[in-house]
Write a protein that binds this ligand. Structure first.
Ligand code: FES
Length: 157
């Protein structure tokens, strides 16, 4: 009798051991996974304000366009390039403005000295009073830009 029971027990025991091993592994994995997140409550971001603010600081007196420069910034007999516009002061208290794009090949004019607006690319010179060509290669004067002077602010009209 015992001869037939032996192998059966062996098989049964082996099966049990294997199952236990598997269970042990599963338990280990479960334990590992379970300890991963231990209930930290998500932090709320701090109050989301901060975007309140006034409007830009270029508001001046009444109406008019964008302020290009202050009158004090424009030297007499000279001028200043502000983006697409060059503002000049040919005579004290007289302000003019022209396109800053050279009519020769479109470079931006750079310096205004001695009553002349000078393009750095090929050295064309334009009159700071009326934008006309004083020296080539440009053949066409700089178009005038409309400005208004309000107090000490020079604005696009
Ligand atoms: Fe101004 Fe040529 S682009 S002189």
């Amino acid at each position: 009798m015992t001869g037939t029971q032996g192998p059966a027990r062996k098989v049964a025991r082996r099966t049990v051991v294997a199952a236990a091993g598997g269970a042990g592994l599963a338990a280990a994995l479960t334990a590992c996974g379970g300890s991963e997140s231990s209930g930290t409550v998500g932090e709320q971001p701090a109050g989301s304000g901060g975007t309140t603010g006034g409007s830009g600081g270029t508001t001046g007196g009444g109406g008019g366009g964008k302020v290009l420069a202050k009158t004090a910034d424009i030297p007499e007999g000279g001028g200043v390039v502000v983006g697409d516009v060059v503002v000049t002061q040919p005579k004290a208290g007289e302000f003019k403005a022209f396109s800053s794009k050279c009519t020769h090949q479109g470079c931006a004019v750079k310096n205004v000295t001695g009553g002349e607006i000078i393009c750095p690319c090929h050295n064309s010179k334009f009159d700071a009073t009326d934008g006309s060509v004083k020296a080539g290669p440009a053949t066409t004067g700089l178009p005038a830009a409309s400005i208004v002077v309000e107090g000490d602010s020079i604005k696009l009209a």
